[in-house]
Design a protein around this ligand. Sequence first.
Ligand SMILES: NC(=O)c1ccc[n+]([C@@H]2O[C@H](COP(=O)([O-])OP(=O)(O)OC[C@H]3O[C@@H](n4cnc5c(N)ncnc54)[C@H](OP(=O)(O)O)[C@@H]3O)[C@@H](O)[C@H]2O)c1
Length: 280
Amino acid sequence: MKQSKLTFIGGGNMAASLIGGLLADNLPAKQITVADPESGTRDSLANHFGVNTAEDNVAAITGADVVVLAVKPQMLQSVAEVLASAVQEYQPLIITIAAGIRSADLDRWLGGETGDSVAVVRAMPNTPALLQTGATGLFANAQVNEEQRDLAESILRAVGLALWVENEDQMDAVTALSGSGPAYFFRIMEAMETAGAGLGLSAETAHLLTLQTALGAAKMALESSEAVGVLRERVTSPGGTTEQGLQVMAEQDIDGLMARVLRAAFDRSRELARSLDEKK
Ligand SMILES: NC(=O)c1ccc[n+]([C@@H]2O[C@H](COP(=O)([O-])OP(=O)(O)OC[C@H]3O[C@@H](n4cnc5c(N)ncnc54)[C@H](OP(=O)(O)O)[C@@H]3O)[C@@H](O)[C@H]2O)c1
């Protein structure tokens, strides 16, 4: 990756996070170009990160090994169609982070039907990527070679964990689990804060104890080689307080609840992808 030239199309939040992570991983800023229509956005990225910027998307991808499409999903088709002939000519690896856009559609917009099929990696990061603690699902189409797979993985690893899925339909499951996941944890934290305050703690104390407990539990689970179920059993003494709390969770069917939560998000992800398909 140290020698690769990267171009970002779209210089918004996600592009800035990825660039921050890549520079922290020692990728030289001069190997990164960002294209964005807003001069204010370009100036701020150039000043903050020292990267090259461009107003014109086609000029920006000339000579790039990797092009990261970091525009909103509804912009992607028009952006891709303008890039098609340059992509056919230079054949860079294309990484898209737009939710719900299938690799086959992107390949077609980039000229893959009439010309050469395009190497496309679809990535689904989540919002903690903005703090370099994201979780990303990755899918590569058949045109992506080993070297490009490694390259895509090292780019997304700059903002956290990056894991491959083998078939593209699994991206809807990634969306349901880690894409929407931060909000589920926020919701659980909200409920714990309210319940703690209901037991007499100040709102501030309940808030801070909840957050630190969530962080500590996640850190313990990440650093342990044991399954989370084993960690849970270890902190559950027979006849103790935790056992009583967990008993209520079991009675309320916590497993069934989370299965329904993820299924609803999964179904919506498919629906949204289908509605994007119909608009084409
Ligand atoms: N943020 C997240 O946590 C997250 C998580 C998962 C996936 N994603 C995906 O990441 C992508 C980017 O999200 P974001 O949050 O970074 O959005 P964003 O902050 O709105 O960034 C998009 C950028 O692209 C620019 N742009 C618009 N049209 C363009 C064009 N024709 N050529 C070049 N640049 C153009 C926008 O400029 P203007 O502001 O002037 O329009 C903006 O600077 C989206 O597809 C989103 O679905 C984001």
